[in-house]
Design a protein around this ligand. Structure first.
Ligand SMILES: C[S@@+](CC[C@H](N)C(=O)[O-])C[C@H]1O[C@@H](n2cnc3c(N)ncnc32)[C@H](O)[C@@H]1O
Length: 275
């Protein structure tokens, strides 16, 4: 396990992933009934954008810093507010998915975070502080899809955000989703993925959607055209059992994010319902 999210925190892929996560949390919180969030690959929670790791890559410059300098207007800005609220709450540090979840859930909700890297795990515990709604677990995220499901609330969001260091990771996602569906078929699942090669991505998405056997929303975001062995410039999120307004919201939000983050004549977004 070499991956350290601190090198990538606040980059364009984090902005995309976290802005969508914040919408899903907001839509789930529109009903009073409690829900649980499970983050299978949680990371450290809080990232110092002036720290050694972030400075080495400078990725936040074309991500959160660029967004804050070029905020969209109108309806898209409204949709971004929950995410911006979380970002501002922890500034100048950048909040990872656990802190965004903690900021956008209510007293009746619960959270479980899995992280296997020992240093990231202790940073995560520190980032979250004392919160009786939270459980931090040094547990394998794939095991969590068996042992933590179904949540007792029977409403929940499962974020699956592995590092994809290993080419087998997409297969693990499909197997994990299939397993999870047997236990919690009504959950909202958010699977983040890198887009390196269009053909391989299409095949991986087909496999995951087949394993889920549920309606899904495929969301993708590209800031430049991907090149073989080039840097990561395109990313995606598959939302399985998406809240019903998510598609419409992403049709407004993602083109606006593209305007803010992609160079003027480049970039693309995809919002596609897969049933
Ligand atoms: C992409 S990062 C997570 C970022 C985080 N979800 C966010 O959005 O802020 C992936 C994390 O998964 C951890 N990890 C890798 N394999 C794991 C596993 N099998 N179970 C749990 N965590 C794992 C890594 O140490 C890393 O911190």
């Amino acid at each position: 396990m070499n991956y350290r999210h601190g090198y990538h925190a606040g980059n364009f892929a984090d902005v995309f992933k976290h802005a969508i996560l914040a919408r899903v949390l907001t839509l789930m919180a529109a009903k009073d009934a409690p829900f649980r969030v499970i983050d299978t690959h949680a990371g450290a929670g809080r990232y110092d954008l002036d720290g050694e790791h972030a400075k080495k890559t400078g990725e936040a410059e074309s991500g959160i810093h660029k967004l804050l300098a070029n905020l969209p207007h109108g309806a898209a800005l409204e949709l971004l507010q929950p995410y911006l609220h979380a970002v501002k709450k922890f500034a100048p540090a950048y909040p990872g998915s656990p802190l965004i979840m903690q900021a956008l859930t209510r007293t009746q909700d619960a959270m479980a975070f899995c992280e296997l890297h020992p240093e990231e795990f202790s940073a995560l515990e520190k980032s979250l502080g004392r919160d009786r709604r939270v459980k931090t677990l040094a547990l394998d995220g794939w095991t969590a899809l068996k042992s933590l499901l179904p949540p007792k609330e029977r409403r929940g969001i499962v974020l699956i955000d592995p590092p994809y260091e290993d080419p087998a990771e997409f297969r693990r996602v499909a197997d994990g989703i299939e397993e999870a569906m047997r236990r919690f078929a009504t959950g909202v699942y958010l699977v983040w993925y890198p887009v390196k090669n269009r053909h391989d991505t299409d095949a991986a998405i087909r496999r995951i959607v087949r394993a889920a056997g549920k309606p899904a929303l495929r969301l993708e975001f590209e800031i430049h055209r991907p090149q073989t062995d080039g840097p990561l410039v395109a990313t995606g999120m598959l939302a399985i059992n998406p809240p019903w307004k998510l598609k419409e919201e992403c049709e407004t939000l993602l083109p606006a994010l593209r305007q803010s983050l992609a160079s003027a004549d480049r970039g693309a977004v995809l919002v596609e319902a897969l049933d």
